[in-house]
Write a new protein. Structure first.
Length: 253
């Protein structure tokens, strides 16, 4: 059986190229050592796609290295410190988000994360007598839900593809001229309203889901308890723009 491969995003490859260049440019021994230590990762990130074992290896490094990433810390010559440059050379935040997406879809993210956390816990247990503060957070129910409206350059359920530029124009047109709430494309409704409607400026992870740069997202403010229950139960799980568009046939070369 042929080994499954996972295609890298341009953001991950660009981050890797920039971070590697920073490590190569710096003259300090720390940067040279970092470059040598992650050469295996930077080499595989020059490929178009990675195998699942390679994704696991990359995730293990990024998961640990992110704590030392500080893009605001600059050295002489305006270069990043060795740890920050190494994190970037391994794909940076986009690389970590991409790894999480791949590993979650492969069904191994939770077990892999537990293994990493267990290993880190066992190392840290050697530090005796260290008092750690505990911070608790409280999240009130805002009755808000965020949905993906349109994803650029991907085939949708109607077998259509929309460019990133057209998705951006659709979002901005909606924000300027519409922002009306309709339920099931039938009529205006006062059961919810739009709190936000925006284009993702970069790749990021939202509630465990990878969101690519250029995606149109919206956050709705639910004003009706019954509608909120339908959203929480998954009976309502998305939004639709209900728009008219000019289309053209695309044929494979």
């Amino acid at each position: 059986m042929q080994e499954q491969k996972f295609k890298l995003t341009s953001a991950v490859k660009n981050n890797s190229a920039r971070g590697t260049a920073l490590l190569e440019k710096a003259k300090s021994l720390a940067h040279k050592d970092k470059l040598d230590s992650i050469k295996g990762l930077t080499d595989i990130l020059k490929s178009e796609s990675l195998s699942l074992p390679q994704v696991k290896e990359l995730y293990a490094f990024l998961n640990k290295a992110q704590s030392k990433y500080n893009p605001n810390k600059r050295l002489q010559g305006n270069n990043l410190d060795a740890d920050s440059a190494a994190f970037l050379a391994a794909g940076g935040s986009s690389g970590l988000a991409w790894c999480k997406l791949v590993l979650k879809e492969a069904g191994v993210l939770n077990s892999l994360t537990k293994d990493i956390q267990k290993a880190e816990t066992e190392v840290e247990e050697d530090l005796k007598g260290l008092n750690l503060s505990i911070v608790k957070s409280k999240n009130e129910c805002l009755m808000q839900a965020t949905f993906v409206v349109m994803v650029p350059d991907e085939v949708d359920l109607h077998y259509d593809v929309t460019t990133e530029e057209e998705v951006r124009k659709a979002c901005h047109n909606f924000n300027k001229y519409c922002r009306k709430a309709n339920l099931f494309h039938l009529s205006s409704t006062d059961t919810f309203e739009f709190a936000e409607s925006y284009i993702a400026p970069v790749d990021f992870v939202l509630d465990g889901k990878f969101v690519k740069k250029g995606t149109w997202l919206c956050t709705i403010q639910c004003l009706d308890d019954n509608l909120w229950e339908l959203i929480k139960s998954g009976d309502i799980c998305g939004v639709s723009i209900g728009a008219m568009a000019k289309v053209e046939n695309i044929q494979d070369a």
